[in-house]
Every structure is written in structure tokens, then in C-alpha cells.
Write a protein that binds this ligand. Structure first.
Ligand code: PAF
Length: 276
């Protein structure tokens, strides 16, 4: 595996591999089994696998966890090597953002719901870095986890609307044995919170089941919220059901429904969802 830190080195490698299919997995590091599922899929599908590790300042708000976001480059490098990654791109913030262009990407309606409401500007920052990374890596396919369902919906829509020549591949959420979705932020949970955190998925399952049985969306949401309130010390940010990927109110015409939740624990805000 080649590890590169500069855009020039990355561009050089990409220029030498023009004839190959390139699978790309962008990450913020602190790799876990969720990332490994993306890397494994990319490895199976492509000639060359490129992964990036970049804790993107543009997608963190002023009071968010940019400074304490978990990092372990040595372990990540080993995991990426073991997963068969060919090129690992680990740029610095100044390498990625050497000057302030004053030109921004604004997501609009898709970012006004769910996580977008409590994380203003977050998805603009995601598209800022994704645009740069896609231009640099020029991937045939790029792999994203379904756990970040809103991010996935926004990236799929962006790529389609602006004709990026890349295929977005959705990879199912990887879970712990008790159902908790794998996340780099799980390390911030206390022992007690870690036990409680499995109830996010349980609550989403209850909500989905209730909706499937009764077609009563309000009752389904109430059931899910009640489960989180009575089984965790966390504070619900939201538990909602929306159409996917348009993130509009559910109607009889809706084909895919996203049940999604975000819950604040003491030092971590966890998200999870079920697509049905
Ligand atoms: O999902 C993430 O880890 C990040 O939002 C991404 C896609 C790597 C962009 O920084």
C-alpha cells in the first residue's frame, strides 16, 4: 500500500492508473468494521482501491467535536493494508484547503431535516470535501455506509444532479452483536451509555413494526421515542420517518421510508436508521 499526503503525489498515482477501475472509500479515520465493509466491497469490485483519511474541518460546527474526534493513524494504516487498499491518502487541512476561495456549496432543502437541523452547514462541508476528493481520485465507484443515510441521500442526489462521473454504492450498516451501529463516536460512550445505546436500533425496529402493522406513522414515531426515553439516559434530537432519498413527508406513493433517529449522550451524539 502506498500512503500519500500530498495532492501532487495522489494525482501522479491516479494518472498512472487511468486504464483501471478505481474504487474510492472516503473516511475520517478511526476505522471500524463499518469502514472495513466499504473497503472489502471496493476491493471486490475494482482494480485499484483508494481510501482517504481526513477529519474534515468544514463539516464540523464551532461547538462540535472536531478537536476530540478520535484518531489513530497507525492502526488505520494497518487495517487499510490488511483490507487490501492500494493507496491511502492522508492530507493535512492546509493541503486540502490551501486558500479560502469564498465559493461555497449549499445543500438547500435536503439539509434542513434530520441531522441538518441541529448541524447547520454540516452537509455543505461534506459536499465541499467530497467534490475535491472526487476530482482528485476520479473514482469509478465510491462507497458510503447506509448508517449516514442523510449524507448518502445528499451525495446520491448531488452526483446525479451535477453529473459527477461516479457510481455511488450503498453499503448496509454494520452492527455490534446487540444491534448498536458501529461508529467511531461509540468510544465516547460511558459503560452505562454503551449498554443503553443498543436501544436506538430497538426503538427504530419498534417504530417500523408499528408502522407496518398499523399504517399509523404518528403512533409508530411515538412508540420509538417512548422506547428511547424509558431505556436510555440520552436526549432525543429527533426520531422521524421520511421518504427516501427525497426526505419528504411519507405518502401512499412513497417507495422507501427512512426511520431515523439521533440521540445526545453525555459526550456523543449517535445516529441510526432503518430503511424500509
Ligand atoms: O462519513 C464520513 O466519514 C464523512 O462525512 C466523509 C464522507 C468521509 C466526508 O468527510
Amino acid at each position: 500500500m502506498q500512503t500519500v499526503q500530498t495532492i501532487n503525489e495522489l494525482k501522479h498515482i491516479i494518472s498512472l492508473n487511468k486504464e483501471k477501475t478505481i474504487g474510492f472509500v472516503p473516511t475520517m479515520g478511526y476505522l471500524h468494521e463499518g469502514h472495513l465493509a466499504l473497503l472489502n466491497k471496493a476491493r471486490v469490485d475494482n482494480d485499484l482501491v483508494v481510501a482517504s483519511i481526513f477529519v474534515n474541518p468544514a463539516q464540523f460546527g464551532p461547538n462540535e467535536d472536531l478537536d476530540r474526534y478520535p484518531r489513530d493513524i497507525e492502526k488505520d494504516t494497518q487495517l487499510a493494508t490488511d483490507a487490501g487498499v492500494d493507496v491511502l491518502f492522508i492530507p493535512s487541512a492546509t493541503e486540502m484547503y490551501p486558500f479560502e476561495s469564498g465559493i461555497t456549496i449549499t445543500v438547500g432543502d435536503l439539509s434542513t431535516k434530520l441531522c441538518g437541523e441541529s448541524r447547520p452547514g454540516h452537509f455543505d462541508g461534506v459536499l465541499k470535501v467530497i467534490t475535491k476528493l472526487f476530482h482528485l481520485v476520479q473514482p469509478t465507484k465510491a462507497y458510503f455506509g447506509q448508517k449516514d443515510a442523510q449524507q448518502l441521500a445528499i451525495i446520491e442526489t448531488f452526483v446525479e444532479a451535477y453529473n459527477f462521473p461516479v457510481q455511488i454504492v450503498r453499503v448496509p450498516t454494520v452492527r455490534e452483536a446487540d444491534g448498536l451501529a458501529k461508529s467511531s463516536r461509540n468510544v465516547f460512550l460511558s459503560e452505562q451509555e454503551r449498554v443503553e445505546a443498543m436501544h436506538l436500533y430497538k426503538a427504530l425496529q419498534l417504530a417500523t413494526e408499528t408502522w407496518e402493522k398499523t399504517s399509523d406513522l404518528a403512533a409508530a414515531i411515538a412508540k420509538g421515542k417512548e422506547h428511547i426515553d424509558s431505556n436510555t439516559s440520552g436526549k432525543i434530537d429527533y426520531l422521524e420517518a421520511l421518504s427516501y432519498p427525497a426526505l419528504q413527508p411519507v405518502t401512499n406513493e412513497t417507495k422507501e421510508v427512512l426511520f431515523a433517529t439521533a440521540v445526545f449522550f453525555e459526550k456523543a451524539r449517535l445516529i441510526d436508521n432503518i430503511l424500509t
